[in-house]
Design a protein around this ligand. Sequence first.
Ligand SMILES: *[C@@H]1O[C@H](CO)[C@@H](O)[C@H](O)[C@H]1NC(C)=O
Ligand SMILES: *[C@@H]1O[C@H](CO)[C@@H](O)[C@H](O)[C@H]1NC(C)=O
Ligand SMILES: *[C@@H]1O[C@H](CO)[C@@H](O)[C@H](O)[C@H]1NC(C)=O
Ligand SMILES: *[C@@H]1O[C@H](CO)[C@@H](O)[C@H](O)[C@H]1NC(C)=O
Ligand SMILES: *[C@@H]1O[C@H](CO)[C@@H](O)[C@H](O)[C@H]1NC(C)=O
Ligand SMILES: *[C@@H]1O[C@H](CO)[C@@H](O)[C@H](O)[C@H]1NC(C)=O
Length: 291
Amino acid sequence: MAALKEKRTCGQRCEDFGHFVWNSENGTLMGRTPEKWVYISLYYVAFYVVMTSLFSLAIWTLMYTLDPYAPDYQDRLKSPGVMVWPDSYVDEKIEITYNVSDKSSWMKKATILHNFLKPYNDTKQQECNYHNCTKGKYFIQNDFHAPGHTKWACPFTQSMLGPCSGLDDPTFGYNCSMPCLIIKMNRIIGFLPTNHTESPPYVNCTTLDGHDNVAKIEYFPEKGVMDLSYFPYYGRLAHPTYVNPLVAVRLSLVGEKKAKIQCRVVADKITYEHFHLPYEGKVTFTLTQLK
Ligand SMILES: *[C@@H]1O[C@H](CO)[C@@H](O)[C@H](O)[C@H]1NC(C)=O
Ligand SMILES: *[C@@H]1O[C@H](CO)[C@@H](O)[C@H](O)[C@H]1NC(C)=O
Ligand SMILES: *[C@@H]1O[C@H](CO)[C@@H](O)[C@H](O)[C@H]1NC(C)=O
Ligand SMILES: *[C@@H]1O[C@H](CO)[C@@H](O)[C@H](O)[C@H]1NC(C)=O
Ligand SMILES: *[C@@H]1O[C@H](CO)[C@@H](O)[C@H](O)[C@H]1NC(C)=O
Ligand SMILES: *[C@@H]1O[C@H](CO)[C@@H](O)[C@H](O)[C@H]1NC(C)=O
């Protein structure tokens, strides 16, 4: 400590520093011989080369193990949710209300359905999904034979919804007490709804409330079936032209009435009784027709 406290002139300090940088007596540069400096440099070069290669190896392994056709994070959902169109939420409940005598009120519903069905336009489907799918069988594809190294998707056209397609009746029945609703099931990558391939998933709607107000429930396509050829879905990159199969439900209402309806997609792998997931496997809504 005493040595540090010793008073030295500025000149002496500069001289000391000079000695430190280049000491001609024992030939050291910054306290080390040039030979040592070479060894130190070599050590650091080797150190960084090793570090860089370890880092690159780690990145490469990560990239190699990632499947470019599967999303990095998959939802832990095992069973798909179900949705209804025209959708209109009121306090987290779905309430579909329209007034038969008020053109603007049912035009709004019809517009929602027309917009929803745009991807299902027959011309568009014929152009992008022209593969001939075999109905009634899962469309399992292990290869990427569709253009652009992708997988084929089966066409689902608006006209398959028959009277609810909006083609013959652009009002979707909202002007005459026979409103159409469209049921869609969310897609889950790799999901196969049933292992009994002779019984495809189908939509079953029941009235929970106001039974007398619903005279008839019809399904399009027939029996509300979602054909097996639309499953499985392979993900956005592998399956860019995929469209969900739909089922239209036409209700024949009686008078100025209200009904609470539940539509379920029935299949042995689709669950619907999860307490915290109200839209799992089913959708419940109230339909109110005013006059
Ligand atoms: C339905 O619309 C008609 C015509 O706009 C109107 O007179 C009637 O009050 C509406 N009904 C209800 C319940 O809002
Ligand atoms: C479907 O698309 C074609 C061509 O884009 C268009 O002419 C036709 O009007 C569309 N059909 C419907 C119902 O929107
Ligand atoms: C699909 O089938 C139709 C008629 O059966 C045929 O004209 C068409 O060429 C087929 N398309 C493909 C891509 O095989
Ligand atoms: C509802 O609209 C369709 C198509 O525009 C029409 O054919 C039908 O007569 C209309 N019904 C009523 C009750 O206005
Ligand atoms: C269908 O799958 C369920 C559950 O995954 C299983 O319990 C059942 O035995 C399967 N049925 C057939 C016929 O494979
Ligand atoms: C639809 O659901 C109702 C109520 O759960 C049931 O009684 C009916 O048998 C079902 N229909 C079909 C075709 O599964």
